[in-house]
Write a protein that binds this ligand. Structure first.
Ligand SMILES: [Zn+2]
Length: 218
Protein backbone atom coordinates (compact mmCIF):
# COMPACT_ATOMS: atom_id res chain seq x y z
CA UNK A 1 0.00 0.00 0.00
CA UNK A 2 1.31 3.44 -0.93
CA UNK A 3 0.91 5.84 2.00
CA UNK A 4 2.16 8.93 0.17
CA UNK A 5 2.62 9.61 -3.53
CA UNK A 6 5.33 12.21 -3.02
CA UNK A 7 8.76 10.54 -2.48
CA UNK A 8 9.82 13.00 0.23
CA UNK A 9 6.57 12.53 2.13
CA UNK A 10 6.88 8.77 1.70
CA UNK A 11 10.42 8.90 3.16
CA UNK A 12 9.16 10.85 6.17
CA UNK A 13 6.41 8.29 6.82
CA UNK A 14 8.87 5.45 6.33
CA UNK A 15 11.27 6.96 8.87
CA UNK A 16 8.53 7.47 11.47
CA UNK A 17 6.00 4.71 10.81
CA UNK A 18 2.56 4.33 12.38
CA UNK A 19 1.06 0.87 12.86
CA UNK A 20 -2.40 -0.24 14.02
CA UNK A 21 -2.40 -2.69 16.94
CA UNK A 22 -4.11 -5.96 16.02
CA UNK A 23 -6.56 -7.47 18.55
CA UNK A 24 -3.76 -9.80 19.73
CA UNK A 25 -1.71 -6.74 20.82
CA UNK A 26 1.36 -7.37 18.69
CA UNK A 27 2.48 -7.77 15.09
CA UNK A 28 5.82 -8.32 13.33
CA UNK A 29 5.95 -4.62 12.40
CA UNK A 30 5.33 -3.52 16.01
CA UNK A 31 7.82 -6.08 17.33
CA UNK A 32 10.45 -4.74 14.89
CA UNK A 33 9.76 -1.15 15.97
CA UNK A 34 10.16 -2.13 19.62
CA UNK A 35 13.33 -4.16 18.97
CA UNK A 36 15.02 -1.42 16.91
CA UNK A 37 18.45 -0.18 17.96
CA UNK A 38 17.39 3.39 17.23
CA UNK A 39 14.39 5.22 15.76
CA UNK A 40 10.82 6.00 16.61
CA UNK A 41 7.27 5.55 15.44
CA UNK A 42 3.70 5.29 16.68
CA UNK A 43 1.25 2.49 17.31
CA UNK A 44 -2.49 3.08 17.43
CA UNK A 45 -4.82 0.97 19.56
CA UNK A 46 -8.28 1.06 21.10
CA UNK A 47 -6.73 2.69 24.18
CA UNK A 48 -4.86 5.44 22.33
CA UNK A 49 -1.73 6.25 20.38
CA UNK A 50 1.69 5.34 21.77
CA UNK A 51 5.10 6.74 20.94
CA UNK A 52 7.67 3.94 20.62
CA UNK A 53 11.13 5.49 20.82
CA UNK A 54 14.45 3.67 20.81
CA UNK A 55 18.06 4.65 21.30
CA UNK A 56 20.97 2.28 21.89
CA UNK A 57 20.66 3.23 25.59
CA UNK A 58 16.89 3.77 25.86
CA UNK A 59 13.49 2.08 25.41
CA UNK A 60 10.47 4.34 25.80
CA UNK A 61 6.87 3.30 25.12
CA UNK A 62 4.67 6.24 26.08
CA UNK A 63 0.96 6.67 25.41
CA UNK A 64 0.49 10.17 24.02
CA UNK A 65 -3.30 10.22 23.50
CA UNK A 66 -6.41 8.63 24.95
CA UNK A 67 -8.25 6.06 22.84
CA UNK A 68 -10.80 7.14 20.23
CA UNK A 69 -14.33 7.65 21.58
CA UNK A 70 -15.71 5.60 18.72
CA UNK A 71 -15.54 1.84 18.54
CA UNK A 72 -12.33 0.50 17.01
CA UNK A 73 -11.44 -3.13 16.27
CA UNK A 74 -7.85 -2.63 17.44
CA UNK A 75 -6.09 -4.18 20.41
CA UNK A 76 -4.54 -2.16 23.23
CA UNK A 77 -1.18 -0.39 23.02
CA UNK A 78 -0.53 -1.52 26.60
CA UNK A 79 1.25 0.13 29.51
CA UNK A 80 3.97 2.77 29.34
CA UNK A 81 7.48 1.34 29.56
CA UNK A 82 10.76 3.06 30.37
CA UNK A 83 13.97 1.02 30.32
CA UNK A 84 17.50 2.35 30.39
CA UNK A 85 19.27 -0.22 28.22
CA UNK A 86 22.58 1.15 29.51
CA UNK A 87 21.65 0.35 33.12
CA UNK A 88 22.13 2.73 36.05
CA UNK A 89 25.11 5.10 36.28
CA UNK A 90 27.92 4.29 38.73
CA UNK A 91 27.38 5.89 42.14
CA UNK A 92 30.98 7.12 42.15
CA UNK A 93 30.04 9.44 39.26
CA UNK A 94 27.49 11.29 41.37
CA UNK A 95 30.09 11.91 44.09
CA UNK A 96 32.67 13.10 41.53
CA UNK A 97 30.21 15.41 39.78
CA UNK A 98 28.95 16.93 43.05
CA UNK A 99 32.58 17.54 44.04
CA UNK A 100 33.19 19.26 40.69
CA UNK A 101 30.07 21.40 41.17
CA UNK A 102 31.15 22.32 44.73
CA UNK A 103 34.54 23.46 43.45
CA UNK A 104 32.87 25.69 40.83
CA UNK A 105 30.76 27.48 43.49
CA UNK A 106 29.36 30.10 43.57
CA UNK A 107 29.09 29.59 39.81
CA UNK A 108 26.92 27.10 37.99
CA UNK A 109 28.68 24.13 36.39
CA UNK A 110 27.86 21.16 34.19
CA UNK A 111 28.81 17.56 33.43
CA UNK A 112 27.87 14.94 30.87
CA UNK A 113 27.62 11.19 31.33
CA UNK A 114 28.55 9.35 28.16
CA UNK A 115 27.97 5.67 27.44
CA UNK A 116 29.77 3.45 24.96
CA UNK A 117 27.48 1.12 23.09
CA UNK A 118 30.01 -1.66 22.41
CA UNK A 119 31.99 -1.70 25.65
CA UNK A 120 28.90 -0.74 27.70
CA UNK A 121 31.03 1.56 29.83
CA UNK A 122 30.27 5.05 31.12
CA UNK A 123 32.48 8.08 31.45
CA UNK A 124 32.11 11.63 32.71
CA UNK A 125 32.95 14.55 30.50
CA UNK A 126 33.11 18.10 31.79
CA UNK A 127 32.24 20.61 29.06
CA UNK A 128 34.22 23.66 28.14
CA UNK A 129 32.42 26.53 29.78
CA UNK A 130 31.95 29.60 27.61
CA UNK A 131 30.45 31.70 30.40
CA UNK A 132 29.61 30.90 34.02
CA UNK A 133 27.99 33.02 36.72
CA UNK A 134 25.90 32.10 39.80
CA UNK A 135 22.77 32.28 37.62
CA UNK A 136 23.83 31.53 34.09
CA UNK A 137 25.90 28.93 32.29
CA UNK A 138 26.83 28.66 28.63
CA UNK A 139 28.39 25.38 27.53
CA UNK A 140 28.58 23.21 24.47
CA UNK A 141 27.65 19.55 24.11
CA UNK A 142 30.60 17.17 23.75
CA UNK A 143 31.96 15.96 20.44
CA UNK A 144 31.23 12.22 20.55
CA UNK A 145 33.64 9.59 19.25
CA UNK A 146 32.40 6.43 17.50
CA UNK A 147 30.12 4.32 19.70
CA UNK A 148 29.69 7.01 22.38
CA UNK A 149 26.27 8.40 23.30
CA UNK A 150 25.37 11.40 25.44
CA UNK A 151 23.01 9.82 27.96
CA UNK A 152 22.83 12.41 30.71
CA UNK A 153 23.33 16.16 31.02
CA UNK A 154 23.73 17.39 34.60
CA UNK A 155 24.05 21.02 35.58
CA UNK A 156 24.05 22.90 38.84
CA UNK A 157 22.15 25.98 39.85
CA UNK A 158 24.80 26.72 42.47
CA UNK A 159 23.11 27.83 45.71
CA UNK A 160 19.82 28.34 43.83
CA UNK A 161 16.88 25.97 43.72
CA UNK A 162 16.83 22.81 41.61
CA UNK A 163 14.26 23.38 38.85
CA UNK A 164 14.23 23.39 35.09
CA UNK A 165 14.23 26.96 33.84
CA UNK A 166 12.77 28.27 30.59
CA UNK A 167 16.33 28.33 29.23
CA UNK A 168 16.76 24.67 30.23
CA UNK A 169 13.49 23.80 28.46
CA UNK A 170 14.62 25.55 25.28
CA UNK A 171 18.03 23.85 25.44
CA UNK A 172 16.49 20.39 25.96
CA UNK A 173 13.56 20.59 23.52
CA UNK A 174 15.28 18.75 20.69
CA UNK A 175 17.37 16.29 22.70
CA UNK A 176 16.92 12.69 23.69
CA UNK A 177 18.71 12.48 27.03
CA UNK A 178 18.31 12.41 30.78
CA UNK A 179 18.60 15.90 32.24
CA UNK A 180 19.38 16.49 35.91
CA UNK A 181 19.60 19.81 37.70
CA UNK A 182 21.26 20.12 41.11
CA UNK A 183 20.45 22.97 43.46
CA UNK A 184 20.99 24.28 47.00
CA UNK A 185 24.72 23.53 46.92
CA UNK A 186 26.72 24.91 49.78
CA UNK A 187 28.25 24.17 53.17
CA UNK A 188 25.03 24.56 55.15
CA UNK A 189 22.68 22.69 52.85
CA UNK A 190 21.98 19.33 51.28
CA UNK A 191 21.97 19.20 47.48
CA UNK A 192 18.52 18.85 45.91
CA UNK A 193 17.79 17.29 42.53
CA UNK A 194 15.29 17.26 39.70
CA UNK A 195 15.56 14.65 36.96
CA UNK A 196 13.69 14.24 33.69
CA UNK A 197 13.83 12.29 30.48
CA UNK A 198 13.83 14.51 27.40
CA UNK A 199 12.41 12.55 24.46
CA UNK A 200 10.18 13.29 21.49
CA UNK A 201 9.94 16.95 22.53
CA UNK A 202 8.47 15.87 25.90
CA UNK A 203 9.88 16.21 29.40
CA UNK A 204 9.01 13.19 31.56
CA UNK A 205 9.80 13.65 35.24
CA UNK A 206 11.80 10.75 36.65
CA UNK A 207 10.81 9.53 40.11
CA UNK A 208 14.44 9.09 41.17
CA UNK A 209 18.01 9.55 40.05
CA UNK A 210 19.29 6.94 37.57
CA UNK A 211 22.34 6.05 39.69
CA UNK A 212 23.00 2.59 41.12
CA UNK A 213 21.91 3.33 44.69
CA UNK A 214 18.84 5.32 43.73
CA UNK A 215 17.84 2.94 40.95
CA UNK A 216 15.78 0.56 43.05
CA UNK A 217 13.93 3.43 44.67
CA UNK A 218 13.06 4.79 41.24
ZN1 LIG B 1 19.19 25.26 34.73
Amino acid sequence: MILAADPTAAAVLDAVPCYPVPPSGSSPAIDALRAARTGHGFIVGADGMMLVLRRPWLELDYRVTEGPECHSPYGNVGPDVLVFRCGPFPDSFLKAILQHFAEAMPNEAAAFILWHEQTRTFRIEYPEIDAATPSRLVYRPPVLGPGWHLVCDIHSHGAGAAFFSGTDDADDAHSTKIAIVVGTLGLESTPTFMARLCAGGMFLTLPGLPFEDAYDAA
